[in-house]
Ligand binder design. Sequence first.
Ligand SMILES: [Zn+2]
Length: 762
Amino acid sequence: MKSFSRIAALALLCVLVVPLGMLSFGDEKPLDGFSANSSRAERQWEEKFRAIPKPENMRAYMEHLSARPHNVGTPYDKENAEWIAAKFKEWGLDTHIETFDVLFPTPKERAVELVEGGPKFVAKLEEPTVSQDPTSNQHAEQLPTYNAYSKDGDVTAPLVFVNYGIPEDYEQLARLGVSVKGAIVIAKYGRSWRGIKPKVAAEHGAVGCLIYSDPNEDGFKQGETFPNGPWRPEQGVQRGSVADDPIYPGDPLTPGVGATKTAKRLEVKDSPVITKIPVLPISYGDAKPLLEALGGPVAPRAWRGGLGMTYHIGPGPAKVHLKVKSNWDLKTIYDVIGKIPGSTNPDEWVIRGNHHDAWVNGAEDPISGLVAVMEEARGMSELVQQGWKPKRTIIFCAWDAEEPGLIGSTEWAEEHHDELQKHAVAYINSDTNGRGYLFAEGSHSLEKFINNVARDITDPETNLSVWKRHQLFVIANASGEQERKEIRNRPDWRIGALGSGSDYGSFQQHDGVAALNIGFGGEDGGGIYHSIYDDFYWYTHFSDTDFVYGRALAQTGGTAVMRLADAELLPFEFGDFTDTIKSYVADVKNLANKMRNDAIERNRELDEGLFSATADPRQKPASVAPPREEVPPYLNFAPLDNAVDALTQASAEYRKALDAASANGGALASASLAEVNQMLIDNEQQLTLEKGLPGRPWYKHYIDAPGQYTGYAAKTLPAVREAIELKRWKEADEEIVVTSKVLETEAAHIRTAAEKLSAALR
Ligand SMILES: [Zn+2]
């Protein structure tokens, strides 16, 4: 992408005055960041826009894009990119395809067999054709079931069932006297990102890892299986990457830089994100004979799945042979980038994206989200023809290679790092879409903004606003009276923090660009994730079958993009942000307290002889008392409390400046306005440090990061939280100081923005 020339807005000693803010002329309150007049015009354009997206178009795009398997490296992946680019061009977007060359292993040899401990069994490792489903028979083009970035290996070893294979499961195994050293572990999918399972298994000495889809999670225990219903059939398998993305996402060979032709590359053997042991995913059909051949202790109640058998842990007598071998080739990937240039602020970019690559046909993941983004692009192009002139540049992106590790977006965000830091207002992501409730997560400085957008979108099933329907949903699912009260009293619903798992990661956590992730779901369960059955037949029978939620997503994403592109003052806000940071600080304090209390209690129980008194002497192997714990020292949280105070004051000052703008009619000199807007663009970067998080310098954001041992789920205040979780007390105290400084810097930034906003009024 070429760099836009920056308009020297500050050099124009502009005496133009634009009225801005909340002063109301009609009965309608102006949109945040708009004057009464511009707000009225904006609302008219947005309403016109929301009438444009058509369910039948989205259905047709999906039918085309998911007609054949289109994983990275296939002809259809490239064809799809070119087809999307052609549509963008047809609609008048300034479009190009940007390519990178990335490591993408595909399987050459795979084997799982039971060689001892039960009847000889060879796993099928294949998903059969379903006769009603017309694309399920494209076997020649389907990527076999595998986990990308598994190390090559050929091992034969006793089997151990490890529940979900997360750290606490291994604590339980130790209590049961079971070791996985030299064993192959079999873990259920769920509870963590899949790459955590082989990582933790290897750390405990296992030599191989199988991951299977238990019917309790997404199979017949949930409902009718495909093709009678949406849930995972007996031979359905979840493919997926097991690269250690919490170290860094993107191409495993080019951390921190775009994987261009000439980029400096690591050797495959030196990439720290490739697993240390071989791993394969299997169906419950293939897992059952292996689990049935296990002896040893009966699995704890909470570990037992839905296979209608007694779950044992092992080790053995089941002995399993596991073999994985891949082609370790570089593949070219194709990011589609289409722009609508801004009329007055072309060097400020509002970015909207969704990936286009899939594991197989991928109708739900990712096409259901992508078709909404395409209708947004078409809709805005239509508005441009009608005379709409967005102030800022809008960039639509269809990413390649999200599935193997957020690669298309990461390489792009690395390649354009400096430009994005200067120009990017925000990145809005979606990935998949279904029926039900709007969910949103992201930068808390955009929390109020996305709440306001949600108030203007109509839910197609209830005709409530999607904001109201979401609020009622969280009230229905609240944990108790206190939580219900908070939800009812808080003007905005809370949005979650971003962890990992889709293309927003690099924008927020590496570049420091504010980001949001949006989509609908909650009424459309299913078990076809990353299988050959995630296809047009499944989606049009069991998910958003009439694409009315596709339209709702296009309306939500489009309204958000237009509002960010047109606002006079960018609608960032810091009250919700500060409120959320306060809750994160309370969380890490509670965590430290709990770990202290747990250690004291554990040691007390050891002193009392509790474990030997309650161990069944006939149990084999005998249960093992847990080790004595070092009691954590008290940590000094005062710097974080002071930082929260500074944020509270600064966000109140910013609010006051906004209100003052409203009270005097919102007259702002446009030169000062440009300065405040630039500060708002720079805001998310205040939350990053160039040196990155401890032990993983690629991740620069000190509020949000994916957990090193949870994966998808966000760790908030990650430097502090993970030091506490890993019992590194000295590091925890140091990281409290570092994180507090980040928050103090942010408070100073908000305060300066508030001063500039106030000064602009005089
Ligand atoms: Zn996806």
